[in-house]
Design a protein around this ligand. Sequence first.
Ligand SMILES: O=c1ccn([C@H]2C[C@H](O)[C@@H](COP(=O)(O)OP(=O)(O)OP(=O)(O)O)O2)c(=O)[nH]1
Ligand SMILES: [Mg+2]
Length: 152
Amino acid sequence: MRLSPYNVLIKRLEGADGIPLPRRMSEQASGFDLHAAVSEDVVLEPGKRALIPTGFALSMPPELEAQIRPRSGLALKHGITCLNTPGTIDADYRGEIKVLLINLGEEPFAIRRGERIAQMVFQLVPPVRLEETIELAETERGAGGFGHTGKL
Ligand SMILES: O=c1ccn([C@H]2C[C@H](O)[C@@H](COP(=O)(O)OP(=O)(O)OP(=O)(O)O)O2)c(=O)[nH]1
Ligand SMILES: [Mg+2]
């Protein structure tokens, strides 16, 4: 078990005064909830999408990435989810973290300043080097996929 946490730096951006920094809502929550840093309400009509600012930027060690995931409560109650879920935040990205929301519900949904709209989960990214070859290691599955193993 890792004893010391990964140190991730967070910078509040202009216009994000009063917006809480991302936070875990319970001690062992996987995700840090993200708040909308919109200057005024954004109304998402059914079927429409919007890129919502969160008011902060990150600097994290190269072995990490962050994933932007939907909040299940918003998805269940209002059909609000992330279009590109999970969104990928690269370790070298220094711009504002944004959330691409889409309304898959039947009613317009208002996104208000400061409301929690999504969550950010940090993940380890293993160091991988792609090496081109003409022969792959054989397996029992081989090229079978997409339901190849049946239903039961
Ligand atoms: O939900 C998201 C997804 C991405 N990003 C930012 C951080 C990420 O590092 C960058 C690029 O994202 P991605 O690689 O998914 O998009 P792309 O279309 O491949 O853009 P790029 O060519 O800039 O990599 O955009 C967000 O703020 N929120
Ligand atoms: Mg990319």
